[in-house]
Design a protein around this ligand. Structure first.
Ligand code: ATP
Ligand code: MG
Ligand code: MG
Length: 548
């Protein structure tokens, strides 16, 4: 493979390792268990785990579970499943909530150093004193409480003596800092809520900024990689580490993944789920990892996508069609070619007197090992696609029309002799003759036809439900539109074909199988399938719309 230039994070790491700043690279992936992971998280996962695969060291999985209200064990489990599915293994499974005792003692240490104080101003008062980016803020009247009094009230906050919101603990930094986050940020709040792991042990919880960097430090994370929204948090990140005199983890920021025609925040995806606008977190239209998996994406294709988009320092917007390009590339090599007729019309071969015969189909001409073959039953009554017949052919029409010939894939050349219409004028049957000497692989007919169509033998066909997907949103940037992002949902994002005809070999399809339905796209079995009813999802169409 071609030599790739280093991204800016790799440059930093190579420098740090070469200069002996660190002996072992330690990264972490720190999801908040408040929803299912999405393709944006996949980018962060590939980056963090990819770095330690490349440079040695290890990556921790740390659940950033400091907000008891939104977090659930269901999400912890799904997030683990998704990371494993992507192909990565973490060294340690950790929880920010495991550090609640330690974080509490860090808070005590700051108070003892005169670097934190308890404030009982209302939220409005605190906001009013905060100032603006161009004007300094003003000190709270509680800023100069004694250390003893701060210790006393903070302990009582912890002991549950006060209601939510009665007091907060703030870092005592600089109310005139040009960085608004340094103007005495809140570091602990009272919240009488049950936590998914610590239960009711705590009624005070640390804020993100007081948990994240310290958790990194506790774990000896060398490079704490996050997205650009956290640039302004870095000063605070460093301040806590310096004042607490703990391991100096360093934060680096990269541009988050933004993808066209979708939204990518757990909060918004949760709305789609809760309001039944999609069928759960793993709905194949969702940009979640579980949705992509159910849609038929492979881990390899998602990793390939993350690799191609690279790591940038500036915000950008990636075309969804690039993700589709990556799965198409993968499936082109790995998916067996099979036949399914989505919009059937009957084709009768009037001179075929053999009854039935078994033909041999090549599974995948693109596969490195040739892909093997399978048996495809043929008979005198077939299903073909309605769109492959035209009563009055258009110019350059190479498929069926009165008097024209086509090849039936893996089978014979047929000639359209006649057709039948019902009382409404709809074509119901096409009558053909076949050329016995034109059998695929053994064609001595000397006839050349330009069109090849797929088909399924009517008496052998199985039926299946097929689900076709389109963009979830009609806008390329639903987040940036006026009004609610949900106003831009695509009403045609899901089309269900309740009963299509598939070749009998597909009755053995399993959830890991990937199939190219010839001329129709790549498909996989859906987990809704039962023994009586197969359901297939279209992963992606065959046509490539990505502009390289
Ligand atoms: P969301 O708003 O979707 O919940 P988040 O950043 O709050 O995103 P976390 O669970 O905190 O979600 O994210 C875990 C890690 O994944 C963080 O390091 C975060 O920076 C990274 N991440 C989240 N979204 C993206 C994205 N779109 N592109 C790249 N990395 C992302
Ligand atoms: Mg977050
Ligand atoms: Mg979030």
């Amino acid at each position: 493979s071609e030599e790739k230039s280093l991204n800016f994070i790799e440059e930093i790491i190579e420098n740090d390792l070469n200069n002996g700043k660190y002996e072992t690279l330690v990264t972490r992936f720190p999801p908040e268990p408040n929803g299912y992971l999405h393709i944006g998280h996949a980018k962060a996962i590939c980056l963090n785990f990819g770095l330690t695969q490349k440079y040695g060291g290890y990556t921790n999985l740390r659940f950033d579970d400091t907000n008891p209200v939104t977090e659930k064990t269901e999400y912890v489990n799904s997030q683990q499943e998704d990371i494993k599915w992507l192909g990565f293994n973490w060294k340690n499974e950790l929880y920010a909530s495991d550090y609640f005792d330690e974080l509490y003692s860090f808070a005590i240490k700051l108070i003892e150093k005169g670097l934190a104080y308890v404030d009982e101003s209302s939220a409005d008062e605190i906001a009013a004193l905060k100032g603006t980016p161009t004007e300094p803020g003003q000190d709270s009247q509680y800023r100069n409480r004694s250390i003893e009094e701060n210790l006393d009230i903070f302990t009582r906050m912890k002991n549950g003596e006060f209601a939510d919101g009665a007091y907060i603990l703030r870092a005592k930094i600089d109310m005139a800092s040009p960085n608004m986050l340094m103007r005495d940020p809140i570091i602990y709040r009272i919240k009488h809520a049950e936590h998914h792991r610590t239960g009711n042990k705590w009624c005070i919880y640390p804020m993100y900024d007081f948990a994240h960097g310290q958790s990194d430090s506790i774990e000896n994370i060398t490079h704490s990689i996050c997205t650009l929204e956290y640039v302004s948090h870095r000063e605070l990140y460093d301040w806590f580490i310096e004042k607490l005199e703990i391991f100096p983890s360093k934060q680096y920021e990269f541009a988050r993944l933004n993808l066209t025609s979708t939204v990518m925040s757990k909060r918004k995806l949760l709305q789609l789920v809760n309001e039944n606008l999609v069928n759960g977190w793993d709905d194949p239209r969702m940009p979640t990892i579980s949705g992509l998996r159910r849609r038929g994406f492979t881990p390899k294709s998602v990793r390939e996508f993350c690799d191609r988009i690279g790591i940038a320092k500036r915000e950008n917007l990636i075309e969804l069609s690039l993700l589709e390009f990556c799965i198409r590339e993968d499936l082109n090599k790995s998916a067996n070619r099979v036949m399914a007729v989505l919009d059937p019309i009957k084709l009768v071969i009037t001179n075929y007197e053999k009854g039935t015969e078994n033909l041999i189909g090549e599974n995948n001409p693109e596969a490195e090992d040739g892909g093997g073959t399978r048996i495809i039953p043929f008979s005198n009554e077939l299903w073909i696609e309605r769109e492959d017949f035209m009563e009055v052919p258009a110019k350059k029409w190479f498929r069926l029309a009165p008097g024209t010939m086509v090849r039936l894939k893996f089978a014979y050349i047929v000639k359209c002799e006649d057709f039948v219409k019902d009382e409404n004028g709809n074509v119901t049957e096409i009558h053909c003759t076949y050329i016995p000497e034109s059998k695929s692989g053994n064609d001595t007919s000397g006839i050349n036809v330009k069109g090849t169509i797929h088909w399924v033998s009517a008496q052998h066909a199985k039926t299946a439900e097929i689900r076709l997907y389109d963009r979830l949103f009609t806008s390329e940037t639903p987040d940036a539109e006026e009004g609610d992002f949900k106003d831009y949902l695509n009403p045609e994002s899901l089309t269900v074909l309740p009963s299509v005809y598939i070749e009998p070999a597909l009755a053995d399809a399993d959830l890991d199988g990937r199939y190219q339905f010839i001329r129709k796209g790549y498909f996989c079995l859906d987990r809704d399938s039962t023994a009586d009813k197969l359901v297939f999802n279209r992963t992606v169409t065959l046509k490539d719309t990505f502009k390289k």
